[in-house]
Design a protein around this ligand. Structure first.
Ligand SMILES: [Fe+2]
Length: 103
């Protein structure tokens, strides 16, 4: 744990899961973005998928072990699919709003 730089986390949480970013900042509801506008929120979700993909790419730049890199490559590809699905959802929502526009 010390060699991996996780000794402080271990002291506080043992082997339990404790969500935090790479800088050690704990997860909080402040990271959740929601405006209540479905179009805006779907764009936010699409941006989050792109950011996750970038994070996986940065991790891959730091990893040589194929046993670690291969699952991360899978997760990176999954973010591409998530981005595409949110894009499809955005199109459906925009079409729905256009059909039901009150003017
Ligand atoms: Fe995702």
């Amino acid at each position: 744990m010390q060699e991996a730089g996780l000794d402080a986390n271990y002291v506080d949480h043992g082997f339990g899961i404790f969500p935090a970013n790479a800088g050690g900042l704990p997860f909080s509801a402040d990271t959740i973005q929601s405006t209540g506008n479905p179009v805006t929120d779907l764009y936010e979700n699409m941006a989050a998928e792109k950011k996750a993909k970038a994070t996986y790419e940065y991790l891959l730049n730091l990893i040589d072990d194929p046993d670690v890199a291969d699952p991360i490559k899978f997760l990176r590809e999954r973010e591409i699919v998530h981005f595409q699905r949110f894009g499809e959802s955005l199109r459906y929502v925009q079409e729905y709003l256009e059909r039901n526009r009150v003017s």
